[in-house]
Design a protein around this ligand. Structure first.
Ligand SMILES: Nc1ncnc2c1ncn2[C@@H]1O[C@H](COP(=O)(O)OP(=O)(O)OP(=O)(O)O)[C@@H](O)[C@H]1O
Ligand SMILES: [Mg+2]
Length: 414
């Protein structure tokens, strides 16, 4: 019985479920452990029954097969999904694979095609599991890097654009490298119009997340993530946004999550510059983050948006301490005081960064992070304090820019 491949069937049409169950019942090595009529039911049954293979219909009302596959890939990573579709379009195929499906069958398919696909994906999964450590671990990446504590993930977000997310993300990431010698990755998740390359004077055409996406297909681990990052002179590794905006469509929530988790497994800290809107992909990143730096300015529109964001964060079940409020350009008040903001949003501001257009814009135009080029300025000191609160280091005012000795264990806050 041990050799049995346990199959879960997911299709909203009862007749198809029955037909597939009957077909598979003729196969000695296959056992149908359950049949679900919807995406949510499939996720529930997959968690309970732990199937080896899930046969998933792509078109279902409520939750489609791609979304259900994404969820299953997260909660039951050992289950291999075979997607079934009446359309064989490249777009469907690509989205299914990015969601974590291992195989794609176009209806109508023969019983031989079906059983061969199930056996093939199962065999591939078994081989993969065999290559990994025999120790069961909750997430695949932990198996590949058992010696390393997973790093912290810090997402820099604001529901309104132009408030300084990229400025904060870049300078905090550089500060973490330079001040604590941490192994840091900065990911530009403003996939369509990322600015990180400009702030760090990096060549946006060299390599980017667009090169990594094909490597992630099939849900496997990518060991040599450094092949896809560009290293800044500070030692910060950067995963740039795609060179052309249309490539952004390829980055599904599942792919983004997979990339973040892979980098987490290989770094002390992953800083993510998010776009200023809620897409499924942004939400997937925020879900993955240990800390969300929510950036706002002393403008009424920014304050209103942050208030809405805090409500959404609560609805999403984020613990209150996951969201850290960062007030940027804190002294550029035109009639609004910090106390007014705190009263309006019903929360204390956690960090303040002074407004210093001269330093910030000059650094931006030169492509040099001000936290290193103008370390003594108040705006840099504010960033250093914020970075220290993330890395657990105590901020120093020492003028030295030399990289201190690499330390381990400073991310014990997790
Ligand atoms: N503390 C500051 N003092 C002065 N200027 C600042 C400060 N922080 C950011 N800026 C300036 O504000 C502008 C917007 O900053 P930035 O690009 O970092 O914001 P963003 O939220 O990432 O914007 P976008 O929505 O375009 O991605 C830039 O010109 C930047 O130089
Ligand atoms: Mg930006």
């Amino acid at each position: 019985m041990d050799d049995q491949i346990r199959v879960l069937i997911v299709d909203d049409i009862a007749e198809t479920r029955d037909h597939l169950t009957k077909l598979l019942s003729f196969e000695r090595d296959l056992t149908v452990v359950g049949a679900a009529a919807s995406g949510p039911e499939a996720i529930e049954m997959a968690q309970k029954l732990l199937p080896d293979v899930v046969l998933m219909d792509i078109n279902m009302p409520d939750m489609d097969g791609i979304t259900a596959t994404e969820r299953i890939a997260t909660v039951v990573p050992t289950a291999a999904v075979v997607m079934m579709s009446v359309q064989g379009e490249a777009d469907y195929l690509r989205r299914s694979m990015l969601a974590g499906a291992r195989e794609f069958l176009v209806k109508p398919f023969s019983s031989d095609e079906l059983t061969a696909s199930i056996r093939q994906v199962h065999e591939r999964e078994r081989e993969k599991a065999g290559r990994m450590s025999a120790v069961a671990a909750p997430a695949g990446h932990a198996m590949l890097h058992p010696e390393r504590e997973p790093g912290r993930v810090v997402a820099v977000f604001s529901p309104k654009g132009g408030v300084g997310r990229t400025t904060v993300a870049v300078n905090v990431a550089v500060a973490a490298v330079v001040e604590s010698g941490a192994n840091v990755v900065l990911m530009d998740a403003a996939f369509q119009f990322g600015d990180v390359a400009i702030l760090l004077n990096l060549n946006p055409r060299s390599r980017s997340i667009a090169d990594l996406i094909p490597e992630m297909q099939g849900g496997g681990e990518v060991e040599s993530l450094d092949t896809f990052t560009v290293t800044h002179s500070s030692g910060l590794r950067v995963l740039l946004a795609p060179p052309t905006p249309e490539t952004a469509d390829l980055i599904t929530p599942a792919a983004a999550r997979h990339i973040v988790e892979s980098f987490r497994a290989q770094s002390d800290l992953v800083v993510i510059d998010c776009p200023a809107w809620f897409s499924d992909t942004t939400l997937a990143i925020l879900d993955t983050a240990d800390v969300i730096l929510a950036v706002l300015t002393l403008e009424i529109t920014s304050i209103k948006s942050i208030r809405l964001f805090l409500e959404v964060a609560e609805q999403l079940g984020y613990p209150p301490d996951r969201v850290v409020l960062v007030l940027n350009r804190a002294d550029s008040a035109l009639g609004i005081r910090v106390a007014d903001v705190e009263q309006s949003i019903g929360r204390k501001i956690d960090h303040q960064i002074i407004s210093d257009g001269r330093t910030v814009v000059y650094a931006l135009n030169r492509g040099v992070p001000f936290v290193t080029s103008n370390r003594e300025m108040q705006v840099s000191q504010d960033i250093l304090r914020l970075a220290a609160s993330i890395t657990g280091e105590s901020p120093t005012r020492a003028p030295s820019r030399a990289k201190v000795e690499r330390k381990r264990g400073i991310f014990s806050l997790r």
